[in-house]
Design a protein around this ligand. Sequence first.
Ligand SMILES: [Zn+2]
Length: 236
Amino acid sequence: MRAGAVGLALAALAVSACASSPASVSYRPAPAILRMPPVDYGPPGDARNPPQGPFQPNAFLRACPGMRVSNAPALDADRWLTDFKPVIVAFGVILASSPVNDVCLSSGFGLRDGRMHNGIDLTSRPPGIVYSGGPGRVVEAKNSSGYGLNVVLDHGNGVYTRYAHLDYFAPGITPGVAIGFGQPVGQMGATGNAQAAHLHYEILSGNIDTIKGSFGLTPHDPLAFPPYEGALQAGY
Ligand SMILES: [Zn+2]
């Protein structure tokens, strides 16, 4: 997979994590926000290879400057992640570990202030388009307390991704539809328990049941899976 543009192009930013205090930091000017294209479902009846979207993963990811990023992985002196893998393999499923462009990491995965943070927080200004981390099928698209407007995709193999705090859903995102890699899922926002716009991204495993839905799934650190290339070499 071809890596997209390298580096950050973010506007003046009040970064926030799900439950952290915003901090004022400066960025280079950001480009005008992109118009969100509708999802292209392709020919009906075959969801094995739904059309891929316009998303190209960034090759590098940086911890948001000027703020304490809880659970941050190893960083270099300029706060770039030293072991960022833009495309990973999660239980046999190829996924983007950061399905948004020109973002910084505002919170990592794991215990944070005594509470479990089940995903990673990714922030850009202006808030960007959120894309599907891999091909799959929409299983949830609803407003939940805490997560706000959130979408859950089923990627097969018992692997799911969640996109939370969206401002709105992309056109056509509704349970049951198939979606390709890198298709728009929604617009980064601050719905639910969020102090400012960011994407809360989860990679989950298990089986959705009718009682708990996606809340019964097990979360994993999106930044801790093996890279696609390395996994291939290792024979996964
Ligand atoms: Zn979060």
